[in-house]
Design a protein. Structure first.
Length: 122
């Protein structure tokens, strides 16, 4: 059973939208943080140590959550694959799993963009 084509379409669009938003937000965050690292290399005593620490800590948290979501999604995908006659909808399960896996990283990087836009650049 394939499932509702409209649901597959909307899930696919959401998946693509999240990917594009992460791509664009990541570019902005990398630009800003490159300046922070450059300034820290020039003058380590005046470095924005809070931002430098946050760079690593938030990645660990976001990717750990994404990894947990991916593992849970893998189990769901296996069930959908091996039980097609029991109503398993593999395409829908795959898209939902992808969205759940991207969500922690997407939330972190888009929150960073909003926060860093408010922060004055030196």
């Amino acid at each position: 059973m394939i499932g509702d084509p409209w649901r597959l379409w909307t899930l696919g669009l959401r998946n693509a939208q999240m990917g594009a938003e992460m791509f664009d937000a990541s570019r902005s965050v990398v630009e800003h943080r490159h300046e922070v690292m450059r300034d820290a290399a020039r003058n380590p005593l005046a470095a924005d140590s809070a931002e430098l620490w946050l760079m690593g800590a938030e990645k660990v948290a976001a990717f750990a959550a994404a990894g947990a979501a991916a593992a849970q999604g893998w189990a769901t995908l296996q069930q959908a694959w091996f039980r097609p006659m029991a109503g398993g909808r593999f395409g829908e399960a795959a898209l939902r799993s992808s969205i759940r896996t991207m969500t922690p990283v997407h939330a972190t990087v888009t929150a960073n963009v909003r926060r860093l836009r408010k922060k004055p650049r030196t």
